[in-house]
Design a protein around this ligand. Structure first.
Ligand code: SF4
Length: 448
């Protein structure tokens, strides 16, 4: 592989510096002063966890950031990661009424970060009311956002909660999967600590089906919640995929999250296959690691690309090249990547999702010289143990659950987060985890 030149430590730090700095006390109060504290506020409806946004902002204005943090945590246990990584333009801030007045929306994400970090820095300990132990226990598989949210909520409801995590560091997606210029591992581990302080136990390096069987877990606990996320990149299924220099986006971002940037080999010319938010994370991270040219290859047009607008603009400002209506058919090279053979595409009839299907243009084959290929066509879960559980159904690589209770076909087993929705935002997983906790509580207390 033709490797990009290594940068100095200072250059890496500058490249991965956080995109949005925190508010000072004064700037937070000035921003809170702009809020209209709307009745029936649209920002609340636009937040998947329905945080009472006007109330938490009002508490910042009245000098009560701890109360503000408590309001936020009542709805969302992953409030710090969400404050930094949520696509706020598409959610709360996009719905703020100030947009309609032609004004800048309230910076809800930054205000949320202000209150939550104030609380986490304050050392004030537990702000939350916890019921006494009810004699029942719940096992949770996976310590990502869904598992953590479910565990936190169940712990406050009086359950003994044990989380089983296959990695040696807990936090799942929040620890390993978000670009470091949005959140660092440190942020995720602070949230993990908060949830452990509520009484949740996390066992790391435990792989279900190897370290412990699923049946053993079922015997040990009154109910099980599966929040395993989607930890692996989908394959491209084209020749050359096993060449040196081909990496899944998830694997690359995990390496980057360790913050040992100088030890990561990145190609001088990188192709990223796919145009979702993870593809953009992979592309902008490759550029920040020193790649000279990064190209995103997508088989449909700009209008169909799944990445949100913020990510697209960020990629363009980082100098990422976009090749739309282009489909890779072979990765070329002897032992390592030397190029990518592609076909030009055009849009044909609509598919079952209403998106126009890409169709190859005859005789349009061409090659792009690249030294590295990052695959980011989507993610899948890797959990063979699931196939052995009777009554658990998987369809389109998603676990099927009851949409109200989050219960699977096995009444003792619940699931939430990316493994049921195919991959959404952290905030959706946080919501699922909390709702599933109440589904489990209703099941174990025989409450309709
Ligand atoms: Fe404040 Fe905007 Fe929400 Fe209204 S919509 S309460 S102005 S943040």
């Amino acid at each position: 592989m033709n490797r990009a030149n290594k940068l100095t430590d200072e250059q890496y730090e500058n490249n991965f510096e956080e995109l949005t700095p925190p508010f000072t006390r004064n700037s937070a109060v000035s921003e809170a002063f702009r809020c209209l504290y709307c009745f029936d506020a649209p920002c609340i409806r636009a937040c998947p966890t329905h945080i009472d946004i006007p109330t938490f902002i009002k508490k910042i204005l009245t000098g009560n950031p701890l109360g503000s943090a408590k309001t936020i945590y009542e709805s969302n246990w992953l409030a710090l990661t969400c404050a930094k990584a949520c696509p706020v333009d598409d959610l709360c801030e996009g719905a703020c009424v100030l947009n309609e007045k032609g004004e800048k929306p309230i910076q809800i994400g930054r205000l949320q970060r202000y209150s939550v970090e104030y609380y986490l820095d304050s050392g004030k300990g537990n702000l939350f009311n916890k019921k006494s132990f009810n004699g029942k226990s719940v096992g949770i598989i996976g310590s990502g956002p869904a598992g953590l949210a479910c565990g936190a909520e169940l712990s406050l409801l009086g359950y003994k909660v044990e989380i089983y995590e296959s990695d040696k560091v807990p936090g799942g997606l929040n620890t390993w999967g978000i670009a470091p210029y949005k959140t660092r591992q440190y942020d995720s581990l602070r949230e993990v600590e908060l949830i452990k302080n509520l009484g949740v136990t996390i066992h790391t390096c435990v792989t279900i089906g190897q370290t412990i069987s699923f049946d053993e877990l079922l015997n040990r606990h009154d109910a099980i919640f599966i929040g395993i996320g989607l930890g692996e990149s989908e394959n491209l299924d084209i020749p050359g995929e096993n060449l040196k220099g081909v990496s899944g986006a998830v694997k690359l971002i995990k390496e980057i999250k360790k913050e040992k940037w100088s030890s990561i080999d990145i190609g001088r010319r990188v192709a990223v296959i796919g145009a979702g938010n993870t593809s953009i994370d992979a592309a902008t991270n490759a550029k920040r690691l020193g790649a000279e040219e990064v190209t995103i290859i997508y088989r449909r047009s700009e209008n169909e690309m799944p990445a949100n607008n913020f990510e697209y603009e960020l990629a363009k400002s980082d100098g990422i090249i976009f090749k739309f209506l282009t489909s890779p058919i072979e990765i070329i090279g002897n032992s390592s990547v030397e190029g990518l053979r592609c076909l030009k595409m055009e849009l044909g009839e609509k598919d079952e999702h209403g998106r126009r299907k890409p169709v190859p243009v005859p005789n349009s084959e061409f090659e792009i010289p690249v030294d590295m290929v990052i695959t980011a066509l989507g993610q899948k879960f890797n959990a063979e143990f699931l196939e052995l559980i009777p009554d658990i159904k998987i369809s389109n690589r998603k676990l099927l659950v009851d949409t109200d209770t989050y219960q699977t076909g096995n009444p003792k087993v619940f699931a939430g987060g990316d493994c049921i929705n195919g991959g959404k935002e952290v905030v959706n997983a946080a919501y699922d985890g909390k709702q599933a906790a109440h589904g489990i509580d209703r099941f174990l207390t025989n409450t309709p």
